[in-house]
Design a protein around this ligand. Sequence first.
Ligand code: C2E
Ligand code: CA
Ligand code: CA
Length: 682
Amino acid sequence: MDKKQGNDIALKIAAIYLIIGALWILMSDKVLNFLVQDRSTVTLLSMVKGWIYVLISGVLIYVLISHSLRRVAKAENELLISNGILTEANRKLEDSYHQLAVSQAELEKQYQQALIDQKHIRENEERYRLISEATNDAIWKEIDGKRDFSERWFQITGHTKADLEQMDSWEELIHPEDIEDARELVHCHINSRTPFYQCEYRLKKQDGQYMWIRARGKASFNDDGKILQMAGSHTDITALKEYEHKLHYFAYNDQLTGLKNRLSLFEILNSRLNLNSKQNSALLYIDMDNFKYINDTMGHRFGDMLILKISERINSLKIDHSTLFRIGGDEFVILIEKFNTRDEIEKAAIKVLRLFKSNFDVEGIMIYAAVSIGVSIFPEHGIDTNSLLKSADIAVHKAKEAGKNRIVFYNEPMHKAINDRMEIEKQLRKAIENNEFILFYQPQIEVATGRVSGFEALLRWQSPEMGFVLPDRFIEIAEETHLIIPIGELVLRDACLFLNSLDEMGFKDLSISVNISMIQLLQDDFVDMVFENIDAAQLSPKQLELEITESILMESYEVIAGKLKLLRNRGVKIALDDFGKGYSSLNYLRELPITTLKIDKSFIDTIMGKTRDKSFTDLIIRIGRSMDLCVIAEGVETQEQMDYLVKHKCNKIQGYLYSRPIPEEEALKLISKSVIKMVKEN
Ligand code: C2E
Ligand code: CA
Ligand code: CA
């Protein structure tokens, strides 16, 4: 009920009350006067009637007011309830509003982020486009298994987009041998095992040829770790691979024959011996006999061609589980893996030897070549690469010593020889410090006059541990360890001083011959060192003769020839020692400033043998003399040899027939006697 309705009802009640009241007042008195005539009764009744009116009005007012109040209370109550509901609704409304505000902010944020992302995507796309265009690499990206390549990719592979569409997958282009690795590496990266993906594989180009590709890539993931996309590059590394391949080839192969080389042998052996230490392996160390001679007489080019023919011939031999290596100039190794008996190895070695029965045709020249073979077996003869190769090397040396063109298996006594060598090396170092070396002198006699013209100084070692040691046992070791450099200088010094003491005693015009090793000759200061010692002993350079061997000459011809000329120019004599023992090249005699030819003992020994050999010694003497060289015969032991040499006009002799190498004091006595004898004879 609104306010106006309330007022209306109140007015109506008041009007009714006024009307009823007015009627009551007007009518009731008239009715009373009509019904009752008695005045006092009328007055009484009027008073009663007044009180009744007041009573009824009071009751009426009470009923009305109480009714109204109840309604007001009820309305108030309802109002309170409604108000509660309203408050609750209002709170809910406020909550909703709040939530709405939060969502809106979030939405706003997301919208902003989306804007940034979009910008980034645009930038990335731009960058991707720029990179694709600028880089030499091909760029790719893969989303949902679909791969897109940049223009550059099509350029380098020669494929077209249409080509790719016809394929089930671009991966068909990867070389079948590489595909597994390529996939595996992608897998590793996707499973976060690698920070990025990288792989090298061959990819088929449009022309059917394979190119080498270096593929790199990186995947991006969503928050759940699911892959979104992957992108990367393809670099053409074909040239790099070829270069790498070539480098590897040069490092591990011999350029002349194309065979695997020493480095390769070491790597293969190292890996095999470690991995399969239970498996038998054998090395056939094949060393050509007399190759230096061939090289020297026929020239290096010819030598190379022969090596090539030999390598081809050995390679044509099919030995099971074997690999052929060229590990040095004229040295080959066959590695045989897996075999049952030593017999099998021996048979294989015999097959190799037999290959050399027929001559080799090198540019129309038929040449005979032979080899010596040393064999070592794993594990008996060495448990690592070095020792196994060393054993085979020792065995091949033994084969040479035994007369070449044969097979020798390594054995323990050879090992003992190695130990001896090691002991000698150890003792040699001490020997220099402790002055354990002395010189013996062997006289050289002029055949025509019988006069002692000089001595050859020969080194002796008086070792407290090993006793009296002959040079044959230690010179080679001293050379290998370069100890020959200080030792050789000692020899030269003492020999010169010895000659000086003879000189001072009045034995004039004698000469001293000193043996020189290649290692010494190769020293930069060698020539200076020689002159220093000559000067220190106040000798004339022509009193000194340096004995060198052919093996020395063969190796560093140029360097050595230069030094010999310097020495010769100032008067020092040069003797070619052991002539005929090795592979004498007459070229040396012609080209080098040689003054003396020493015919090796092995030739002198043949003087008692067949006529053919004898005449050969004679030939050497004639050649030497024809070249104005002084010819000395070494190791003359018999009168028969002496007679032969006198007859063929050999200049000098040296040998046990006249004297063994003797210590200084004895040499002094000998020269005194010889001079006295000469004086008497004259
Ligand atoms: P070589 O220079 O050929 O010396 C000659 C060798 O033959 C000497 O052996 C000598 O004792 C020996 N000999 C001499 N006459 C006869 C003979 O009638 N019959 C026999 N059976 N042998 C004879 P040695 O002294 O043992 O020297 C051996 C080799 O050691 C020398 O051969 C030489 O190459 C080397 N050598 C010796 N001393 C030195 C040195 O001071 N320096 C260098 N680098 N090598 C040296
Ligand atoms: Ca000599
Ligand atoms: Ca000699």
